[in-house]
Ligand binder design. Structure first.
Ligand code: CTP
Length: 403
């Protein structure tokens, strides 16, 4: 899946011959799963028709401040367009438009949108070789870079004038991969391995029965997705659950019992940078597992249980530079119990959820959590979706490991 999937891409097309290539560019953005809108300068329409671009982008194309065809002209809002965009790509970027962008000139819809946009802006210059080398063009490049706009450099080759040199707009495929690589390279968990446990464990009683719990695995799966989307390589070790995930950065390793989870976690912990243990691991397991199905011949049945290994505590004992996060599900004396676990298990952070809070805990799509870190900083959150909780948690971890 492309990192551009689900992103809102605004393509700004200016009046250069390379505009003809933007049909392919729109097509590639759409193929990568992005939502695409196009804004054009009036002169760009001489090089490629809005109809081609609206058809390929599945969205109306805008090129003027008002809809001129209509007697009751409707204002095309550059502010709305600018806010809609997650990424603004100006391609081709002519010397004229770049100079205006660099100097705050705002005499068409594309330029007004540029000034309104708060998202990252990429620009792909295209012009003849002497224009490309002219000091005013270089000045525009430098000013735009100083505004933190990102230049997708032109390449060398045969130009529309027949001359050969620098100034050809990067090919559409290269523009797409440049943007993908740029975004990936800036993801805050890039290069980090994150180990996550999720779900319940099942402790076998006999070949058909087990002791389990109501954990759905939702919280751990949301954390895994959020970490992967932030660039991490994720190992998700999960007990039996109905949750599913398919992501190129996530390795899902299913396990059944607390002992299986312990073994799998220990295979991966040493090479991990961050470990987040959200699984609801059984604290006790049957001492003996009957080899045959237990028959109901007696009135009562006594099972002898023994303690499982505490996976989280075992990691706390051996951790070096890993950032270790545990969960605490409490019913009373919540803060004190959670603080106690944080210390006892040598954690960097504990996520407390109380079963007393409505909408928190097992099976729900929401959770209400409090973070307590090893400096005893306490941050309490409102009831939120588990996806939002996952994002809050990763933001907290990123801020701690970057500090
Ligand atoms: N945990 C674990 N291995 C276990 C038990 C728990 O890794 N055998 C982890 C959980 O994944 C969670 C944290 O420990 O991150 C807290 O689990 P919890 O059961 O709430 O805490 P306990 O230390 O078992 O304490 P108690 O049962 O007394 O509340």
């Amino acid at each position: 899946m492309s990192i551009l999937s689900g992103k809102n891409i605004l393509l700004g097309i200016t009046g250069g011959i390379a505009a003809y290539k933007t049909a392919s560019l729109v097509r590639l953005f759409v193929k990568s799963g992005a939502n695409v809108k196009v804004v054009m300068t009036p002169s760009a329409k001489e090089f490629i028709t809005p109809l081609t671009l609206s058809t390929l982008s599945n969205n109306p194309v805008q090129s003027s401040f008002t809809n001129e065809e209509d007697d009751n002209a409707i204002w095309n809002s550059h502010v709305e367009l600018g806010l809609w965009a997650d990424i603004f790509v100006v391609a081709p970027a002519t010397a004229n438009t770049m100079s205006k962008m660099a100097n705050g000139v705002c005499d068409n819809l594309l330029l007004a949108t540029y000034l309104s946009a708060k998202c990252p802006v990429y620009f792909a210059p295209a012009m003849d070789l002497d224009m490309y080398k002219h000091p005013t063009t270089l000045e525009s490049f430098n000013k735009l870079k100083a505004f933190e706009n990102i230049m997708i450099p032109a390449t060398s080759g045969e130009l529309a004038s027949g001359l050969v040199g620098e100034g050809r707009m990067a090919e559409p495929e290269d523009i797409v991969s440049f943007i993908e690589q740029d975004i990936l390279g800036k993801l805050p968990l890039r290069g980090k391995k994150v180990l996550i446990t999720a779900g319940p464990t099942y402790e076998a009683i006999d070949p058909v029965r087990f002791i389990g719990n109501h954990s759905s695995g939702k919280m751990g799966f949301e954390i895994a997705k959020a970490a992967a989307n932030l660039g991490a390589q994720v190992v998700l070790i999960t007990g039996p659950t109905h949750e599913k995930v398919s992501h190129s950065n996530i390795d899902v390793l299913p396990v059944v019992s607390a002992q299986d989870m312990y073994n799998e976690v220990h295979k991966h912990f040493e090479s991990s940078n961050i470990a987040i243990l959200s699984a609801a691991v059984a604290d006790f397991t049957p001492k003996e597992v009957a080899s045959q199905k237990i028959k109901k011949k007696s009135e009562t049945l006594t099972l002898e249980l023994e303690k499982t290994k505490d996976i989280l505590a075992s990691l706390g004992d051996i951790k070096k530079s890993q950032y270790l996060v545990g969960f605490a599900l409490e019913t009373n004396n919540e803060l004190e119990n959670a603080k106690g676990k944080l210390k006892r298990k040598n954690l960097n952070l504990i996520v407390l959820n109380s079963l007393n809070d409505k909408g928190a805990g097992f099976k729900t799509d929401t959770n209400k959590v409090t973070f307590i870190d090893d400096k005893e900083t306490i941050t309490a959150f409102q009831l939120k979706s588990k996806r939002e909780v996952a994002s809050d948690l990763l933001n907290k971890i990123i801020s701690e490991i970057d500090a």
